[in-house]
Structures are given as structure tokens and as C-alpha cells.
Design a protein around this ligand. Structure first.
Ligand SMILES: [Zn+2]
Ligand SMILES: [Zn+2]
Length: 172
């Protein structure tokens, strides 16, 4: 897999220690919910994925989701160039699934949105499977792969990704 470490994407340090998770039932998949540039998946545009992940971390840590998070809310972030960014990483409680739902599943963000780039390409789907396998191997994630909307009132992760999850979240 093409793992991008926190040092490589110039992540800010978390403002306090993560709550440790020994294991989870599995993984929940998310999308950004906003507009993602329609041409983000173009081969030359990966630098913009890095910018986007930095923006999301900044937004989460500055209180854009209502409270200031100690770090980006996701454990991993996947982009349409088959790269997987380390967010909080394995064995850390995420802050993306909704209150009371974070200890059950790791949170993985796919860089697609509700407008612009809305359809995951094959590289993004492969990166998501890479992230799921990584969290199983390094974070004792269980077999479940679900969407944010499972158990929480949200459109996340969007219909195209949710269809893929319901179809078994397999490599294309
Ligand atoms: Zn979500
Ligand atoms: Zn990318």
C-alpha cells in the first residue's frame, strides 16, 4: 500500500493523547460531505489531496465541527491516487462516527464529496481496502465495513460509496 505518514503530510501534532482502542467491530467509511474539486483525481493533482487533508485537520482542530478536536477526526484518509494518509492511525478513538459510535468502528475518510468529485475511482476503492486491511492488521479491526449513515442520521458517505459498501466493499 502507499502509506503517507503524518510527517510526510506535515500533520500538526494532536493537542492531547488519543483515547486508546484495543479493537473495534470494524470500519466506517466517510466522505467529505462538501464540494471536492471535480478534477482532483487527475494524475497530476495529488498535491491538492495533501492540501485537502491539511485543511480538514485544521478545520477539525479549530472547532469547525462544533468542538475543537484534538486532531483530525479520522483514523485514515484515502485519496483517488491510491494513497492512504495516516490520520489518528490504529488503536486510537476517532471523532467522526457520532457520539457513542466512535469506539465501535474506526473512521476512514474517502476524498469524494457531495458535489464535484462524487464517484470513487478504482484507485480510491483500492486505497480504502488497503486502509481496511491495515486497520485489521495493525489495529485489530473486526470484519464489519459500514457507512457513517449506518446508525447515524447523515447522507455520509454518499450513495456511490454506500452502494459499494453494501456490495461487499471489495477491490474493483
Ligand atoms: Zn461521515
Ligand atoms: Zn491523491
Amino acid at each position: 500500500m502507499n502509506l503517507i505518514t503524518r510527517a510526510e503530510w506535515h500533520a500538526k501534532k494532536p493537542t492531547s493523547a488519543y483515547v486508546r482502542l484495543a479493537s473495534t467491530e470494524g470500519v466506517k467509511i466517510h466522505y467529505t460531505g462538501g464540494k471536492v474539486p471535480a478534477d482532483l483525481a487527475d494524475p497530476g493533482n495529488h498535491d491538492r489531496c495533501v492540501d485537502l487533508v491539511q485543511d480538514i485537520q485544521r478545520m477539525h482542530m479549530s472547532g469547525g465541527r462544533g468542538e475543537k478536536y484534538i486532531d483530525v477526526g479520522y483514523n485514515m484518509v484515502c485519496c483517488p491516487h491510491r494513497r492512504t494518509f495516516v490520520g489518528r492511525g490504529p488503536h486510537a478513538l476517532p471523532a467522526a462516527n457520532g457520539a457513542g459510535l466512535n469506539s465501535g468502528h474506526y473512521a476512514v475518510l474517502a476524498l469524494v464529496g457531495s458535489s464535484g468529485l462524487t464517484e470513487p475511482n478504482d484507485d480510491l476503492l483500492n486505497a480504502l481496502v488497503d486502509a481496511i486491511e491495515y486497520l485489521r492488521e495493525h489495529g485489530d479491526a473486526g470484519r464489519e465495513v459500514k457507512g457513517h449513515r449506518d446508525g447515524y442520521d447523515t447522507s455520509c458517505p454518499g450513495d456511490p460509496l454506500y452502494r459499494w459498501i453494501r456490495d461487499g466493499a471489495e477491490r474493483p
